[in-house]
Design a protein around this ligand. Structure first.
Ligand code: PEP
Ligand code: MG
Length: 777
């Protein structure tokens, strides 16, 4: 047995070390060679080998190894299913044997699979559920590899999968015929002077910064800073080294701060930078006499152009990566040319307000890590998941409809004021005032919980529990600061959508465990994956859907992809072991049948874990009420489940048939529509009658105008973006639940949204007057 025991945190640390291998070597093969030596060292294994899948020949090819006779790279080839290595690829599962020879698929290959090696472990490297290679470790000792070793290797394989895919994609590109395209930046679409543009604030309050359009870096006007001297090979090497170390620092920081989301975002940039086909090509152009800046710009443009015209959707998504890397490299070249010290760790987007037509979640994570001040998007809506992620990262985000913003000149000073709903171009002195306000806001956020009470009690002494909605584990610290009484909704899909590969069961287990542990006994409600709709996984291709919001989303996606569903359920059930505070709920449940099917799947996973002797526990199971169908059968659902949670964002969307991400129909997205209010009352009545817990976890929980209604119909648990907790607590303290009940009854009788709107305004005025009166007493 292995004498080298690692705890799980140390194992993940090892993976970070693998990422750090980029420090010294260049290119995929060098990376794989270093990886095998790291793995062999950490596993204390006599042999480690990495095979990669060659789709052209349909073979697994040995690419890097340690501990075997030299000269086998590229020569040893296996078909899927051939030998234990091929078996791991074929099954998509690890193969672990106390003695390799005992497995009937064992194949003796001189100098590779010999009898002298007994302990055997092969783990497939997967990308988007497809095998792209296999990692193999062997050792002379019998039964040498443990289950922990197997899990560790799975984590490593997941990380390697991302690196390998990126490398493969870029190599594949080099076969393309793209030619550089020079883009023209538009003329200043606003003309000189101050301009105000209407925006919808989706997160944050204010921001001031220099405008940067994604997609603008490589435009003709950006081609070369004025007055830059001729740059040579030495300048390029300086810029290359600075870029390389900045990216490694960014990757490390990201992993430390956001371990559930980190993935290989900047690691992929490093790989691209070190790719011979990229930097090697730039070096060749410089050696042929071209100026270093022009050579780099030309090569970056060629890459970008090839990606844009590749016709492969996954490659098109990498355009921003090339832009990002290209901009960084060019900035460092300009710095090298100016004779200044290479600004190590310089965040390229520091102080910038980034304007883009659309961004995917991993872009938002990347821009946040690089210090962008704020984002302005020309698509999406306030309730979109991109907006939710921006909130989680405390990143101001506005949605604008004005296409002119896409032609705003680089480095124009702009100011975002979400309260007024405007973006001010060239704000002049207003910007100074805004800057002071921003400093104040940040200080308030830093203080976090100051003034927030540990418990929320209404004026008449009714206890209300305010919980936090969690997207990334890093938000827990703030949630605790504001005394969140648990996590009412953990959107577990967020770590999935910001990464570039599926987190393994082990990685998921660690995120989930961190959440239950950090909440110290307060409830943590995990929601299983809500993939689909506006939450696509860039690394998992799905068929085009005309109506994705009505398509393969949430539980439907999980049912369709049982391997992904079961992996998550296993991780959740393991995290629930010894954690009485863990709860599990399913999103977008439309019928009792769907709940029963999800429950049966969960119980089956529990039994499988128990059979394997892995500690696990079945937590309380509940459903989200988000579909009109669920409301219509809510009494039957309440009888089956242990708790209900209202997802008001989707309930409003589906009940009213209004796309929550479409700003054009935002005025129809009416939380105070009689159908919504009556549904809410019915859900709470059904839960109460069945004696089950009920809570609400959509954005409606932060609408203090509707709060008296929510308390009036009997809701006592609300879950929300943690930044809203202080405000909602203060509002709840002003409410008398007896009065709120009467108000709710009155509201429920009204027939039109306009009447309800008027009544809510009246109630808010009366409450404000009363508060002022109390203040004068
Ligand atoms: C909701 O629909 O209200 C909800 C909380 O879930 P999500 O916003 O993640 O769809
Ligand atoms: Mg929802």
């Amino acid at each position: 047995m292995s004498d080298f025991r690692k705890d799980e945190v140390a194992l993940l640390w090892d993976v970070s070390e693998l990422v750090g291998l980029f420090d010294t070597e260049r290119g995929l093969d060098a990376f794989l060679a270093q990886s095998v030596s790291k793995i062999a060292w950490h596993m204390r294994a006599a042999v480690c080998a990495i095979y990669l899948w060659n789709a052209g020949t349909g073979e697994l090819v040995l690419r890097a190894y340690q501990g075997l006779a030299p000269g086998l790279e590229g020569k040893l080839r296996l078909r899927p299913g051939e030998s234990l290595t091929g078996l791991a690829l074929e099954k998509g599962q690890p193969v672990r044997e106390a003695r390799g020879q005992d497995n009937p698929r064992f194949l003796r290959i001189p100098e590779v699979y010999e009898e002298r090696y007994q302990g055997f472990l092969a783990v497939p490297i997967k990308r988007r559920m497809k095998g792209v290679g296999v990692i193999v470790v062997m050792d002379p000792q019998w039964n040498y590899f443990t289950e922990n070793d197997e899990r560790a290797l799975q984590v490593i394989a997941a990380q390697l999968g991302g690196v390998i895919e990126n490398a493969a994609l870029f190599l594949q590109l080099k076969g393309g015929t793209g030619t550089p395209v020079a883009e023209r930046a538009g003329a200043d679409s606003f003309g000189p002077g101050l301009h105000r543009v209407k925006v919808q604030g989706a997160s944050g309050e204010m921001a001031v910064g220099l405008a940067t359009r994604i997609g603008n870096y490589l435009s003709e006007e950006q081609a070369r800073p004025a007055g830059l001297r001729r740059l040579d090979a030495e300048d390029f090497e300086k810029a290359f080294a600075a870029t390389d170390s900045q990216l490694i620092d960014l990757q490390k920081t990201l992993e430390e701060k956001l371990h559930d989301a980190a993935s290989m975002i900047f690691g992929a940039h490093v790989l691209m930078l070190r790719d011979e086909a990229f930097s090697g090509q730039i070096r060749a152009r410089i050696a042929a006499g071209e100026d270093a800046y022009d050579a780099a710009l030309g090569e970056i443009r060629a890459y970008k152009n090839m990606l844009q015209h590749s016709g492969i959707p996954l490659l098109k998504e990498k355009v921003l990566d090339v832009e990002d890397l290209g901009h960084r490299l060019l900035s460092n070249l300009a710095t090298a040319g100016s004779g200044e010290d290479g600004a190590k760790g310089m965040p390229d987007y520091g102080g910038r307000i980034v304007i883009a037509k659309e961004l995917v979640p991993s872009d938002i994570l990347k821009l946040s890590a690089e210090g962008a001040e704020a984002l302005v998007l020309l698509s999406g809506g306030q309730h979109s998941h991109v907006a939710i992620l921006a909130k989680a990262l405390h990143m101001p985000l506005a949605i604008a409809q004005d296409e002119r913003l896409l032609r705003i000149p680089e480095n124009t000073l702009v100011m975002l004021d979400m309260k007024k709903g405007e973006l001010v171009v060239r704000p002049g002195e207003e910007a100074d005032l805004a800057a002071m306000e921003i400093v104040r806001q940040r200080a308030l956020r830093e203080q976090g919980g100051e003034g927030v009470k540990a418990q929320t009690v209404t004026r008449d002494g009714t206890r209300v529990s305010l919980r936090a909605n969690l997207n990334l584990v890093s938000e827990l610290a703030y949630a605790k600061k504001v005394h969140a009484e648990g996590v009412g909704l953990y959107r577990t899909e967020f770590p999935f959508i910001v990464r570039s590969a599926f987190p393994t069961e082990e990685e998921q287990y660690l995120f989930y465990k961190a959440a239950v542990e950090q909440m110290e006994g307060h409830p943590v409600v995990f929601r299983t994956l809500d993939i689909g709709g506006d939450k696509a996984l860039s690394y998992f291709p799905t068929q085009h859907e005309e109506n994705p919001v009505l398509g393969l989303r949430a539980l439907r996606f999980s049912f369709r992809n049982p391997e992904i569903f079961r992996t998550q359920l296993r991780a959740l059930l393991r995290a629930a072991h010894g954690a009485a505070n863990a709860r599990l709920m399913f999103p977008m449940v439309g019928s009792v049948d769907e709940f029963l099917r999800a429950k049966a799947e969960t119980v089956e996973c529990l039994h499988a874990l128990e059979r394997a002797g892995i500690p696990a526990h079945l937590p309380a199971l509940g459903v989200m009420v988000e579909l009109p169908a669920a409301v219509e059968v809510v009494e039957d659902l309440a009888a089956e489940v242990e708790f209900l949670s209202v997802g008001s964002n989707d309930l409003i969307q589906y009940m009213l048939g209004v796309d929550r991400t479409n700003e054009q129909v935002a005025s129809f997205y009416a939380p105070h529509h009689p159908a919504v209010l009556r549904s809410l009352a019915r859900i709470v009545r059904a839960a109460d009658a069945a004696g089950k817990d009920v809570s609400l976890c959509g954005d409606l929980a932060t609408d203090t105008r509707i709060l008296p209604f929510l308390l009036g119909i009997g809701l006592r648990t609300l879950s929300m973006d943690p930044t809203a907790i202080p405000r909602v607590q203060r509002a709840a303290e002003q409410i008398d639940v007896g009065v709120a009940k009467a108000q709710a009854e009155r509201l429920l009788k009204l027939r039109t949204a306009a009447e309800i709107e008027g009544c809510l305004a009246e109630m808010a005025d009366a409450a404000a007057e009363e508060e002022a009166g109390n203040g004068n007493e």
